[in-house]
Ligand binder design. Structure first.
Ligand SMILES: [Zn+2]
Length: 330
């Protein structure tokens, strides 16, 4: 507490009165007049110090105080401004911390919901073709090494299917069809445009070439829409992001979350590839119904048998009712 003496000039009287003014720690000022007045320090206007002349302190109600206790007044001003500056700083840094946390969480959520898709699309679109080729070759090499063997189809049958493939890819040199055996009823596209069709799928189609045409169109959709590169980009980006926050790039949580997100995304990709296939088939005078027939046939044969590797594979290629409905809709 700092105490000064001052002369008080009130509006009501022209006579000056000697009063005691106390500057309290809590930013309060007490003037001991006939009646004690409590004011806030901030409401006072204090004139600047000019030599040893008296200071003029003006209150909100028009009361004016004159005081020669310059040193004490300076001390009170300093104490008060330090305190309010500290409070201001603390309040602002606290606010800033909350805003930062909210902003970071917001950015991460926004990124995972919208930004990740956009950046994955951007990376996938701008991946150099040579990198796509390297990824494709490495993938096929490993599949050949561990899971696939040479196809048993006759040359005639391979030629027939290759002819269809060339038709639906408009003879683009980017696209190449490979025949293999193993991994059941399956076909898949590699990022550079190489498509692998397995004997199991050809046999399953049972001579319905338009059904094969439909499945290959769907695979072309995955290539054209850069789906595999987007998946690779997404899992890498999610891994890096989670690594940043957990401090561990190889975090298993990152791996799990990455797979969960990818599983959700792959359903979107399947629908996109179906949409692509539908347009492509219509433009080549093929009925998209044949692709729907394939999904219906798979479901009939394997249903939701979770022990079946075929059913498991097509579960990520969901043959759900909506999918079939979209393909059959006009
Ligand atoms: Zn697919």
């Amino acid at each position: 507490m700092i105490e000064i003496v001052a002369k008080l000039y009130s509006k009501e009287s022209s006579q000056a009165k000697s009063v005691k003014v106390e500057f309290l720690d809590a930013g309060k000022v007490v003037i001991s007049d006939d009646v004690e007045k409590v004011l806030s320090f901030d409401s006072l206007k204090i004139s600047s110090r000019v030599g040893n002349t008296h200071r003029i302190i003006t209150c909100e109600d028009g009361t004016v105080l004159h005081s020669h206790d310059n040193d004490k007044i300076d001390k009170a001003i300093k104490l008060h401004s330090n305190k309010s500056q500290l409070a201001f700083k603390l309040e602002n840094s606290y606010k800033f911390a909350i805003i930062s946390v909210v902003a970071i969480v917001g950015v991460v959520i926004l990124y995972l919901t919208v930004g990740l898709d956009i950046s994955a699309k951007f990376f996938a679109k701008n991946t150099p073709y040579s990198l796509k080729q390297t990824i494709s070759q490495t993938t096929l090499h490993n599949l050949d090494k561990y899971l696939l063997t040479d196809s048993n189809l006759t040359k005639k049958r391979k030629d027939e299917i290759t002819k269809m493939f060339k038709n639906l890819t408009d003879n683009s040199p980017k696209y190449k069809l490979h025949f293999r055996k193993g991994m059941g009823i399956n076909a898949f596209a590699l990022p550079d445009g190489e498509v692998v069709i397995l004997d199991g799928l050809v046999k399953f189609a049972d001579g319905d070439d338009d059904m094969i045409y439909g499945v290959l169109s769907h695979e072309k959709g995955h290539v054209e829409l850069n789906h595999s590169m987007q998946l690779i980009a997404k899992s890498s980006l999610v891994g890096v992001l989670l690594g940043y926050f957990t401090g561990d790039i190889s975090s298993s949580i990152g791996g799990i979350v990455g797979s969960v997100i990818n599983a959700k995304f792959s359903r979107e990709y399947e629908s996109e590839a179906d949409g692509y296939a539908k347009k492509l088939m219509l433009s080549h005078n093929k009925d998209p119904k044949h692709l729907a027939d394939f999904f219906i046939k798979i479901e009939k044969k394997y249903g939701h048998d979770t022990n079946s590797s075929i059913s498991n594979f097509w579960a990520s290629h969901p043959s759900d009712k909506d999918r079939i409905k979209i393909l059959l809709s006009k």
